[in-house]
Design a protein around this ligand. Structure first.
Ligand code: ASP
Length: 331
């Protein structure tokens, strides 16, 4: 009897170990806990809105919640720096856009991260054209009005933006350069606080995304005075002319977004995250809603990690030329 006790004990221990090991191996399958997506702008703005919508759908596919962490400031570079320095364990990601992940290296002499070398591309979000907004009682009813006034009064038109190097800042600078006008830029920590000041009349205009601007325009709080899409958007913005038809032929701009992982993140997590997004896109009611808001869905081939990595590298090159040509400098 005495001799059998250690045996029984050993067997019990073994059984306990096996029982513990079984759920452990299952638990190890990615993802086994909540994930974090860093959004480097204030809550309530376009980056935040799009990220939350996509994170909700992707999280459902993965069976784990995706928590949005807003790390705002310096045109997105503070959040991107935090993401680049995060542990590449498959649980922290960055929502990136054309500013800090495209134009960043040509705008900042000392950027703490390299959009290409320090990140793995995961998938690309849909694109969104922009809308030039002015206050409800503004004297600018069209971009043509604004350009004419700015030509006669250089530097007096104030453009709000989401921070130096943000989409709203870059597109306003491109617009001013193409229109041959000098405008003043006022920086905020995101489009949400900037739009509040536009509604309050403290600033004159902003380039906001078509989808987030829509409720403000439909709610009668702001006027849309131009579009950055080449073609009109009669469904969303009836009667609003593209900049291309307001004296800036060929002018076209859209924001691109996508998800990045700190370099070294397990490929398994990247592939599964991408696959979950593709599955989420099968929800036609969702994609129809996005299209109705003026969001441009992309073909699957452009969404994939390798294609998005190439797009990022191409954009870094393209913005070097654009910022030099349009003389966009940080001051
Ligand atoms: N994406 C916006 C911009 O760069 C910022 C924001 O989402 O608030 O203008």
């Amino acid at each position: 009897m005495n001799a059998s006790r250690p045996n029984t004990l050993r067997r019990l221990c073994l059984a306990a170990a096996l029982a513990a090991a079984a759920p452990l191996s299952l638990a190890q399958a990615w993802p086994n806990k909540a994930l974090t997506w860093i959004v480097p702008f204030a809550a309530g703005g376009p980056t935040d809105g799009m990220a939350r919508d996509i994170a909700d759908k992707v999280g459902r596919q993965l069976g784990q919640p995706i928590v949005i962490e807003n790390v705002a400031g310096a045109g997105g570079t503070i959040g991107a720096t935090k993401a680049a320095r995060s542990k590449p364990d498959g649980y922290t990601f960055l929502v990136g856009h054309l500013g800090y992940m495209g134009a960043g290296p040509s705008l900042y002499k000392k950027l703490a991260y390299d959009p290409v070398k320090d990140f793995d591309a995961v998938f690309r979000f849909p694109d969104t054209p922009l809308v030039l907004l002015a206050g409800k009682n503004s004297k600018y009813k069209t971009a043509t009005d604004l350009i004419a006034f700015a030509k006669a009064n250089p530097g007096t038109v104030n453009f709000a933006n989401a921070g130096v190097g943000s989409t709203s800042h870059l597109i306003a600078a491109l617009f001013a350069s193409r229109a041959g006008i000098a405008v003043s830029q006022v920086s905020y920590k995101g489009v949400a606080p900037a739009v509040n000041d536009l509604i309050g009349g403290q600033v004159d205009a902003i380039f906001d995304q078509s989808n987030t601007a829509l409720p403000q325009v439909q709610g009668g709080r702001l006027n849309a005075i131009a579009l950055t899409s080449l073609k009109p958007m009669p469904q969303q913005y009836p009667g609003v002319a593209p900049l291309a038809d307001q004296g800036l032929p060929g002018f076209e701009a859209a924001t691109w977004y996508g998800l990045y992982a700190p370099k070294g993140t397990p490929q398994d997590a990247i592939q599964k995250m991408h696959a979950a997004y593709l599955k989420a896109l099968a929800d036609k009611a969702w994609t129809d809603r996005m299209a109705a808001a003026g969001i441009q869905l992309l073909p699957e081939a452009q969404v994939a990690p390798a294609a998005f990595a190439k797009h990022t590298a191409d954009e870094v090159d393209r913005w070097r030329k654009v910022t030099a040509e349009a003389k966009i400098q940080l001051n």
